[in-house]
Write a new protein. Structure first.
Length: 423
């Protein structure tokens, strides 16, 4: 079977590309080749199952790439409203909550199901359990690229959209097959890392605070100054720090060439001096109260214990016994709890991959390869990753739509597809 368009991967990017191409009503033969037995598993799990599809605060600062200026230019050409309009068109109205956009059903899985159903009704063929292992760099006599799957079956397509996704979340289907395909096509692939994940740190005492959740301000510091700063809830685990704050900061780590530090301010509303004065005041008012009891008025017991162990202050020291230097150490650690991030990857817990096909090898107005006409690369396979909040889905879906629209434009304006020659 020969196709006008073959889409490799039925994630968010691939599904949006399939719908956009099939909705054009120009009778294209479209096939989606999907490695798994179901489509859109990561899309179905997005937003804790609710489907955070896009974000009104759509700015380039929420995206990361080894070629940052390219993604900045791409963002300037787009709007979150394109996503809202796309889903309204197919009968999935979205609603905004604090800038985050969700489907009215609050069911990401239903979004995936409806997209697949709409595509099928438009004539798209879904070929599941099919892992593509090779794409020919040269067209055959029918002017088609030839794709080969792991079992040796071949598929011919005039245009190919690579939307395989990245290596993150293998339980939801993430793997490296897309990068391998890209490298076979001689595309440059930036270093791959797991991001939107917990940050691992080396601190044998950290297990004392396991299970604690606290709001705070976290600064990622480099040799030349502040790299990024995030505020919100921090989750303390036995060997890592997690929560949206840490997940967002993890996105900056792959791009650092020097060592970095994390500094956590557990009480950002207090200055160092104000906090020190408060602790001293409490010690003076309650001279027989232990320092641990004092801290229990501020922090969960596990965090109080962790802080005191970290600064080597006995838990049973009373207000009248504790020294000025000890109070200073406690204050300093509450205001600036420092860690060195480890270079440990965690693809299992990561939501997305950083790195990928270099943007300079892609025409970002069409998502077409600059090396191979009619081969398009979209979504997480590209060297783009975004913060939490719908940014990765936004890029995936918009880039998929771009590729489809570019193919349609070629068909309409240039008559590129002479199907009669196939018969």
């Amino acid at each position: 079977m020969k196709y006008d368009i073959i889409i490799v991967g039925a994630g968010a990017a691939g599904l949006c590309a399939a719908y956009a191409a099939s909705h054009a009503n120009i009778n294209l033969r479209i096939a989606v080749l999907e490695r798994q037995s179901v489509c859109g598993r990561k899309l179905s799990a997005s937003g804790n199952g609710k489907g955070n599809l896009t974000n009104a605060d759509f700015q380039s600062e929420y995206y990361h790439s080894f070629e940052q200026s390219d993604i900045e230019q791409w963002v300037l050409q787009h709007s979150y409203k394109e996503i809202v309009s796309f889903f309204e068109q197919i009968g999935i109205p979205l609603y905004g909550k604090n800038g985050y956009y969700y489907p009215m059903s609050n069911q990401a899985k239903q979004v995936t199901g409806l997209l697949v159903d709409k595509c099928r009704k438009n004539g798209v063929s879904f070929i599941l359990n099919t892992e593509v292992t090779d794409v020919s760099r040269k067209r055959n006599r029918d002017n088609c690229y030839v794709l080969t799957d792991v079992e040796g079956n071949t598929y011919e397509g005039r245009s190919v959209i690579l939307s395989t996704g990245g290596a993150a979340a293998p339980k939801l289907g993430g793997n490296r097959s897309g990068y391998q395909l890209a490298q076979k096509l001689k595309y440059s692939v930036s270093p791959i890392h797991s991001v939107l994940r917990p940050i691992y740190v080396e601190d044998p005492l950290l297990k004392l605070a396991k299970g604690v959740r606290l709001d705070g301000e976290v600064t990622l510091q480099g040799a030349e100054g502040v790299i990024a700063r995030e505020s919100g809830q921090i989750q303390w685990n036995a060997d890592n720090l997690s929560g949206i704050v840490m997940m967002n900061l993890s996105c900056y780590l792959p791009y650092q060439t020097q060592e970095t530090e994390l500094h956590i301010d557990l009480l950002p509303d207090y200055s160092w001096n104000a906090l020190r004065a408060y602790l001293k005041q409490q010690c003076d008012r309650n001279p027989k109260q232990t320092i641990q009891t004092l801290l229990l008025g501020i922090f969960p017991s596990a965090m109080a214990q962790y802080l005191l162990r970290r600064v080597r202050v006995e838990e049973n020291l009373t207000g009248q016994e504790i020294s000025e230097k000890q109070l200073n150490r406690i204050t300093s650690n509450i205001k600036k709890l420092s860690f060195c991030p480890l270079s440990r990857e965690d693809y299992e817990k990561a939501q997305v991959t950083s790195g990928g096909v270099r943007l300079s090898e892609i025409d970002l107005t069409t998502m077409e390869s600059r090396k191979d006409t009619d081969i398009y690369v979209v979504g997480e396979l590209l060297d783009v990753n975004g913060c939490c909040g719908g940014y990765n889905l936004t890029f995936a879906m918009l880039s998929g739509m771009q590729a489809a629209n570019a193919i349609i434009e070629k068909k309409v304006s240039g008559g590129r597809y002479d199907r009669d020659s196939w018969n």
